[in-house]
Design a protein around this ligand. Structure first.
Ligand SMILES: Nc1ncnc2c1ncn2[C@@H]1O[C@H](COP(=O)(O)OP(=O)(O)O)[C@@H](O)[C@H]1O
Ligand SMILES: [Mg+2]
Length: 353
């Protein structure tokens, strides 16, 4: 059975999109059939995975033609008299990586999100009965697509908002991960999650419809990402954060454990500490991974539309004009990120079994 994992944090710029791509790619490399779902109207994940990011014309053409399925089309299919998931509406797009597929994003999903909010408010009443299908349909459709394409994982890249779309995506997920940046704003965002998630849980679980949502999104942990590493000596651990970042990493973990986790426990939607410790190496609950600043590698990866950890020596050379010691260091960093994402994927596989 497919496992749906959402990347959720209502704060923007915390690596939700980047992590969706990198984790999805790594799961696919390890042989798991994985679908990326771009649920952000900005559709950055679609541009990244389909190599549309540095070419405005290609992106425009892709959206003008619109001859493939996308999240908005799929979600809107509930309007059909018989909203089956077959033919075109079941299509997903292959990417440059074997086993990795994408359901593209589309700007109009933002408007649709308002319909979901309305449906959650009014869909229970007789007069607006036709809205009752709206909140759960997308989740039903994604799970049908997973059956048809024999998917192991669906990774949902959510927009940074508290929209109705995010509400139903989260309540339709089996698991969720909260990407964070070690700073004050991420700490506030984590505190917000502690009230928002129980609110959503209550609203959605009380909603009666033909397409019920499971309302069991189990929290797997935080990903603390994009900090400056501490490098004083050559042989220092390359992943260790600089002091100022370590302070925020610790604070966000403490706030998560003291404020968010108790709320999730009440709803029985958090992975147990024992299971976490058994599956995640070298981390304190609920820090699922520590991922430092990609530095100059980020530009190269975006240019080649692939994850940092797949950059070859040739690509690095071509992109950066580096040679000698600097090229060796860049290569070492690629290897370091390869290890980091491989162990993140292993942790996720272990936790979701
Ligand atoms: N570990 C990292 N090191 C450096 N830059 C990063 C890292 N993770 C993400 N970024 C960059 O930060 C920006 C925001 O990341 P993104 O994944 O789009 O965040 P979100 O989806 O949460 O808004 C992007 O430009 C991305 O390339
Ligand atoms: Mg994003």
């Amino acid at each position: 059975m497919v496992k749906i994992i959402s990347m959720f944090n209502n704060k923007g710029g915390v690596s939700k999109t980047t992590t969706s791509m990198n984790l999805g790619w790594m799961l696919a490399q390890k042989g798991y059939r994985t679908l990326l779902v771009d649920a952000d109207p900005q559709s950055n994940l679609t541009s990244l995975t389909l190599s549309l990011s540095d070419d405005d014309d290609a992106r425009e053409l892709f959206y003008q033609k619109r001859d493939s399925n996308d999240i908005w089309r799929l979600a809107s299919n509930y309007k059909q008299p018989n909203p089956e998931i077959a033919g075109e509406i079941a299509n997903i797009i292959s990417t440059a990586q074997d086993n990795l597929f994408i359901l593209p994003g589309y700007i109009q999903i933002e408007e649709f999100s308002t319909t979901i909010t309305l449906a959650l408010e009014l869909g229970g009443s007789k007069q607006f009965e036709y809205l009752a299908k709206v909140p759960g349909y997308l989740n039903y459709a994604l799970r049908r697509i997973a059956d048809i394409h024999k998917l192991d994982y669906i990774i949902v890249d959510m927009a940074p908002s508290l929209s109705g779309l995010n509400e139903v995506l989260l309540m339709g997920s089996d698991f969720f991960i909260a990407p964070c940046r070690p700073d004050f704003f991420s700490e506030i965002a984590i505190k917000n999650l502690a009230t928002i998630i129980p609110d959503w849980h209550k609203t959605v679980s009380n909603f009666k419809t033909d397409y019920p949502l499971p309302c069991k999104p189990v929290f797997l942990g935080l990903i603390q990402q994009n900090y400056r590493p501490r490098r004083v000596n050559e042989d220092d651990d390359k992943n260790k954060p600089a002091k100022s970042f370590q302070k925020w990493i610790d604070r966000i973990r403490t706030t998560t454990n003291s404020i968010l986790i108790p709320e999730l426990k009440k709803l029985d939607i958090v992975i147990s500490e024992e299971k976490f410790k058994a599956a995640v190496q070298n981390a304190i609950p609920y820090d699922l991974a520590y991922i430092s600043d990609f530095n100059s590698l980020v530009a190269a990866a975006q240019d080649f539309n692939k994850p940092i950890f797949t950059l070859t020596q040739e690509e690095l050379k071509k992109y950066t004009n580096l040679f000698g010691h600097a090229l060796r260091t860049a290569n070492e960093n690629v290897e370091k990120f390869q290890e980091t994402f491989s162990s993140l994927a292993d942790s996720v596989i272990g936790l979701t079994q």
